[in-house]
Structures are given as structure tokens and as C-alpha cells.
Design a binder for this molecule. Structure first.
Ligand SMILES: Cc1ncc(COP(=O)(O)O)c(C=O)c1O
Length: 394
């Protein structure tokens, strides 16, 4: 571990607050560190490894494709890209017909914003307080936390209008002549697992229709079955004009995409947008294996059932521990908000020492984004460990 840390100290950019842990292998819900200590993983690479670590179907698809052909560039047709797009069209909301492939969530949002501007020929974007959309100059501009934005304001175009999340009348007031789109997460993940009021997403849809705006729904964290539906916007029967997906799409293999109605996507013509790696044979093979396996295992439905049980167990902690403010979430995107950030930090540390990986977001919200294959006995073990630790810290 010392050598690992030394190499980082000497040669790796210091952009992350890393925990003193180096993981070297994983299988299903379990990951193992350099010392051979095992952990039950309730982070899942931050909502990425939905099928669990090293799922055999994904490993097989990647290995077979790697032996055949990894990369060729988008100068040519990539058969796997068409097949993946067809699969995605089957699982995404019915308004989404065509896809552009990239390598990360931020890139997907970046592409979505470019498409919205090109399609509407307008320039302003309404975004939400508490949002997180990525770290490129454009997407960090759409992200709420000012400490992420402020060192880079010189690079951020002055086109983003922030409004309180969940407040429809503020959104309506922010609409201007030159507003192109509204960009929104159906549930804010990094923002602390915040669920908007039930009328919010349908209300945004209505405002977009009335004012000729595009509704861009960022499902990078909430998508691919995480909240108990393939996409969280389905909970509110709200169809996006543009949808962004990444994280769990390749179960750990980097791939992202934006999807849109064919008519909207037709605003992109050759030369408008591109990515060298985007949708290469290897990434598409990983994503297709992920989607097919998720379908076979009915993972969205499973996440809904397991998530209900998990939330019930977290609610027990809410009612029995004075340091817990609220348990909330949908499916397997769950949060336990504590009353103090110190207690939250300490809890993550003690949980790790006792063999559980959990994540902290929005200062004092313990966030749980386990693989969607998580079993009740994992949840019981986690809740018992949490109960003990919270009691110790109270
Ligand atoms: C809602 C949302 N959008 C965008 C992103 C950015 O994705 P990436 O880190 O792959 O660029 C994230 C990452 O956490 C996210 O949660």
C-alpha cells in the first residue's frame, strides 16, 4: 500500500480525495484490496457496476471482441454500434430513437447541449440548483457546486440559468426568448439523492411543450435500471427530447451516449460532433452484453423490489438513531442523510474498516449505489453494521 501511495504522490494528479484503500480484484458484490481484505461493495464504482464486478457475460463479450477487433474509428460502419443502438431504442423511452456514442457522462451531456443549441438555434439552458452534470468546461458550467465552477469561469459560457430544483414556477420565470433547453436529473444523485415533487418532471415536459424548449434528461446516474425502471423518468411518465446515459451502460467499460428523437438528432450532420473512441467495437460489445444480461435477469424490476426492502431497513435507522435526519431514494439509489458531516465522514471510515464500502455525497448524505444484484443478506449485514456504528458515534 505504501508503494501505491508513493507512486500517486510522485506521478498522479492530485484531483481526488482518495481513501487509503487500493482494490485489486472483484467478483459480484465483493471487492478485495492489495492486502487481501474483502469488502461488500455498496458503491459499485459509483452506480457503474450494476451487474456486479467482473460479470462473466461482460468479461466474455469483452474478451471475445478484443480478440477479433477493438477499434477502427468512425470513418467506417461499426456493426456493433448499430446493434447497440437498436437495443437501446428498445429500452429507452419511446421518444428516443437515435443515438450518438461517446466515452463518459460529461461527454454525453456535452453532446446533448450541442445538439440542443444546433436544433433550436437558441442558446440559453435552464439548469437546477444541486445539479451535477460533469467536469468538462461546459458541463461543469451546468453543475451547481460553485467550488467546482469558480476556478474555471473564464472557460464557461454565460448561458446557464440556475433555478431551485423541484420548483416549477421558478423554471417558468427563468424561460427567456433565447432559452433552448432545460437540463435536469430526474433524481439528483451527487446532489444528495434528492427526489423532486411528483409534478416536477411532468410540469417540465409541459413547459417545454408550451415554450418550444427541449427537455434534456440526464440519466447518467439514475438510468439502466438503477431506480427500479430502466430510466427514472418513467416513474413520472415523462419522455425526454434528449436523454443522456453512461455509468452502468458498459458495467465498468467506459461508454456513454446521448439519445434523441430522429427529427432532433437529424440536426447533427457530418462534422458537427465526433469522438475517436465513441462506440468502438469493444465498448459496444461490453454495453450489449450488459443490456442483454440486465434484461435476462430482469434487473430493473429486481432493483425496485430490493430497493424497497433496503429503504425500509434504512427507515428503521431513521426512526432509531437521533443522528439520522432522513432515509430516502428510489430503487437502489438510496441516501441516508445524517445531521452532521463529521459523523458522516467517520461512518464511511468505520464502515470501511468493518468491511463495507459506502459513499458520502452532498456533505452528509451516505449514498448507496450497490450492484443491482445485491441480496437481502448483504443489506441486512450493512444495516446492522451501520446501526452499531451510528450508535457508537451518537
Ligand atoms: C447525473 C450525472 N451526470 C453526469 C455525470 C458525469 O459523468 P462522468 O463522470 O462519466 O463524466 C455524473 C457523474 O457522477 C452524474 O452523476
Amino acid at each position: 500500500m505504501k508503494r501505491v501511495e508513493e507512486l500517486f504522490e510522485e506521478h498522479v494528479a492530485n484531483t481526488y480525495k482518495r481513501q487509503p484503500l487500493a482494490l485489486v480484484s472483484g467478483q459480484g458484490m465483493i471487492v478485495e484490496d492489495v492486502r487481501g481484505k474483502r469488502y461488500i461493495d455498496f458503491v459499485g464504482g459509483i452506480a457503474v457496476c450494476a451487474l456486479g464486478h467482473s460479470h462473466p457475460a461482460v468479461v466474455r463479450a469483452i474478451s471475445e471482441q478484443a480478440r477479433k477487433l477493438m477499434h477502427v474509428s468512425n470513418l467506417y460502419y461499426i456493426p456493433q454500434q448499430g446493434q447497440l443502438a437498436e437495443l437501446l431504442a428498445q429500452i429507452t423511452p419511446k421518444t428516443i430513437e437515435k443515438f450518438f456514442f461517446c466515452n463518459s457522462g460529461a461527454e454525453a451531456n456535452e453532446g446533448a447541449l450541442k445538439l440542443a443549441i444546433k436544433h433550436t438555434k437558441k442558446k440559453r439552458i435552464i439548469v437546477m440548483e444541486g445539479s451535477f452534470h460533469g467536469r468538462t468546461a461546459l458541463t461543469v458550467g451546468a453543475t451547481w457546486k460553485s467550488s467546482y465552477r469558480s476556478p474555471f469561469t473564464a472557460l464557461i459560457p454565460p448561458v446557464f440559468d440556475f433555478v431551485p430544483y423541484g420548483n416549477l414556477s421558478s423554471v417558468e420565470m427563468a424561460i427567456r426568448e433565447d432559452t433552448a433547453a432545460i437540463l435536469v436529473e430526474p433524481i439528483q444523485g451527487e446532489g444528495g439523492v434528492r427526489i423532486p415533487p411528483d409534478d416536477f418532471l411532468p410540469g417540465l415536459r409541459k413547459l417545454c411543450d408550451e415554450h418550444g424548449l427541449l427537455l434534456i434528461i440526464d440519466e447518467i446516474q439514475t438510468g439502466m435500471g438503477r431506480t427500479g425502471r430502466w430510466f427514472a423518468c418513467e416513474h413520472w411518465k415523462t419522455n425526454p427530447d434528449i436523454l443522456t446515459v453512461a455509468k452502468a451502460l458498459g458495467n465498468g467499460f467506459p461508454i456513454g451516449c446521448l439519445g434523441a428523437a430522429a427529427e432532433i438528432m437529424s440536426s447533427f450532420t457530418p462534422g458537427d460532433h465526433a469522438s475517436t473512441f465513441g462506440g468502438n467495437p469493444l465498448a459496444c460489445a461490453a454495453a450489449m452484453a450488459t443490456i442483454k444480461t440486465m434484461r435476462r435477469l430482469k434487473l430493473p424490476q429486481r432493483a425496485a423490489r430490493t430497493g424497497e426492502y433496503f429503504l425500509k431497513r434504512l427507515k428503521e435507522l431513521e426512526s432509531t438513531h437521533s443522528c439520522v435526519a432522513e432515509a430516502r431514494g428510489k430503487g437502489l439509489l438510496l441516501g441516508l442523510e445524517l445531521n452532521s458531516s463529521e459523523t458522516a465522514k467517520k461512518t464511511v471510515e468505520l464502515m470501511r474498516e468493518r468491511g463495507f464500502l459506502i459513499n458520502l455525497t452532498a456533505d452528509r448524505v451516505l449514498r448507496f449505489t450497490p450492484p443491482l444484484i445485491v441480496e437481502r443478506y448483504h443489506i441486512d449485514a450493512l444495516v446492522e453494521a451501520l446501526a452499531r456504528i451510528l450508535k457508537e458515534l451518537e
